[in-house]
Ligand binder design. Structure first.
Ligand SMILES: Nc1ncnc2c1ncn2[C@@H]1O[C@H](COP(=O)(O)OP(=O)(O)OP(=O)(O)O)[C@@H](O)[C@H]1O
Ligand SMILES: [Mg+2]
Length: 212
């Protein structure tokens, strides 16, 4: 597949096209922490529902598969929450497989930033839902089990943004969630930075880059 480079508006048009096609489409949106994945997915779902009817599209975040804080404590990984080994990757891949089949209502977990924990059974995906937009850091990772996702998504998009802008956005968000400026910056550069470095090269497997 040739690689497309597009604006958010062009990406939205493509999503409407996919949603109108008739059968279930599962779209993956990857990108570094703070690159705008969740915002793009929200915008796509809102635009598709506005054009084709409410409930045509639904957003399913990979973040619903964050391990719980208790599990991270037990594993000694709480200090690098968001790293590739702090998610239930097999659980996420299994969910995407079920989303592709589309024969029953699938209840997906969400991540609640207010309590900083995943919450099971949060998002209903009905068999009639045309477009599922799933988004997360590691959707294009080439290690198992993530690599299996390549055959499950209809298309995979990558959110691209200038690194300085991305870090500023993350600092802002970490501060809104209660960290002081120095702690927010340290987390954005050190913990999120390691994850961003892992995600960046995976753009080569994306079908489209979206400038956010
Ligand atoms: N196109 C945009 N223009 C301006 N700000 C944006 C844009 N997209 C996202 N942002 C802002 O950047 C921050 C991060 O965006 P978002 O939460 O969508 O990123 P993300 O890739 O989902 O991050 P994470 O990996 O941490 O879940 C948010 O504060 C959001 O409001
Ligand atoms: Mg997000």
């Amino acid at each position: 597949m040739s690689h497309q480079d597009s604006s958010v508006d062009e990406a939205v048009e493509r999503a409407v096209e996919l949603a109108a096609a008739g059968q279930r489409t599962v779209l993956g949106i990857a990108g570094a922490p703070g690159s705008g994945k969740s915002t793009l997915a929200r915008r796509v779902v809102a635009a598709v529902d506005e054009r084709l009817g409410a409930g045509t599209a639904v957003q399913v975040p990979m973040d619903g598969f964050h391990l719980s804080n208790a599990a991270l404590d037990a594993l000694g990984r709480h200090g690098r929450k968001g790293a590739v080994d702090t998610f239930d990757a097999d659980g996420y891949v299994a969910l995407v497989r079920r989303l592709v089949v589309a024969d029953t209502t699938v209840w997906a977990p969400d991540f609640d930033r207010r309590i900083d924990e995943p919450v099971a059974g949060s998002i209903a995906v009905a068999p009639t839902t045309r477009l599922v937009v799933s988004e997360g850091n590691y959707l294009l990772d080439d290690t198992e089990p993530w690599a299996a996702l390549g055959d499950l998504f209809t298309e995979t998009w990558f959110c691209a943004v200038d690194d300085g802008v991305r870090v500023d956005r993350l600092v802002g968000r970490h501060m809104r969630h209660g960290r002081d400026h120095d702690a927010a910056r340290a987390w954005a550069v050190e913990v999120d930075g390691v994850n961003a470095a892992r995600v960046a090269p995976t753009v080569i497997r994306a079908s489209r880059t979206v400038r956010t």
